[in-house]
Design a binder for this molecule. Structure first.
Ligand code: SF4
Length: 245
């Protein structure tokens, strides 16, 4: 599962010049979860991560490479209880999974299903007073944080633990590195490009799975397949297998 590795390798270079705070995963230190959608009204809000049209990027990369050694949360910049107004924001998840291709490397279906399941985690985390608004078209993840949550001392460590505990419900997941960024000098524009690339790779996997035609010259996905090592091999491996049937 190495399709996202070139994106993962870039992450460290995009996070700005500050030294991150690091927290080991602790399932007992999660923030209260309300279990479903919540509304934080403007008058109840302390601030928004990504508010006032500031950057707000989110993407998740799945890998079976050695980029994640253990479950951890990294915070670049001010933490939730230290923020007073709108700030730029990014949340990046790097998720180490067992080798999803297993013995049959040409079968893209388990791979695609696992990536989808992992991606859906972001829609199942509802920290109290931390209202997440995502847009898959613009790759934004904007968060409205309530005054009450700030008063009670909400932190990225707790929110990060909530995310990681959700990820770890999936038996394919081995370890998760969750990165929160609020510094001004991170490269949010490049992160947004990478968020789009992640989406394009996953979309291409989905198309391959649907059994699309195999003429690369006339294919609308050629650009991403030329760029990302392994996609063409997946497609043609699958075709070969179906032909042998
Ligand atoms: S391998 Fe070729 S045909 Fe298949 S999705 Fe990529 S560009 Fe399209």
């Amino acid at each position: 599962m190495e399709l996202y590795n070139s994106i993962i390798e870039k992450v460290d270079g995009l996070l700005g010049s500050s030294t991150p705070r690091r927290y080991a995963y602790d399932p007992h230190k999660t923030w209260e979860d309300v279990g479903g959608n919540q509304l934080v009204m403007m008058k109840e809000a302390a601030y928004e991560l990504g508010g006032d049209s500031k950057p707000a990027v989110n993407y998740a990369c799945v890998t079976s490479g050695d980029y994640v050694q253990e479950d951890e949360i990294l915070v670049y910049g001010r933490d939730l209880k230290e923020i007073a107004g709108s700030v730029p924001f990014a949340r990046i998840a790097i998720i180490k999974v067992r080798n999803l291709a297993g013995e049959n490397e040409e079968d893209t279906e388990p791979l695609f299903r696992a990536i989808q399941d992992i991606d859906f985690v972001k829609y199942h985390v509802y920290p109290k007073g931390y209202m997440i608004r995502s847009s898959s078209d613009s790759f934004r993840e904007q968060v409205r944080v309530s005054k009450e949550a700030v008063r009670k001392g909400i932190t990225f460590e707790q929110v990060g633990n909530s995310y990681i505990s959700q990820f770890k419900k999936n038996p394919d997941v081995i370890a998760v590195k969750l990165i929160f960024v609020t510094v001004d000098d991170a490269d949010y524009a490049e992160m947004k490009k990478d968020a789009k690339k992640v989406r394009d790779i996953t979309k291409t996997l989905s198309k391959i799975l649907e059994g699309m035609a195999t003429d690369c010259h006339s294919c609308s996905l050629k650009e991403i397949c030329d760029e990302v090592e392994g996609l063409k091999e997946l497609h043609f491996g699958k075709e070969k297998k179906e032909f042998k049937g």
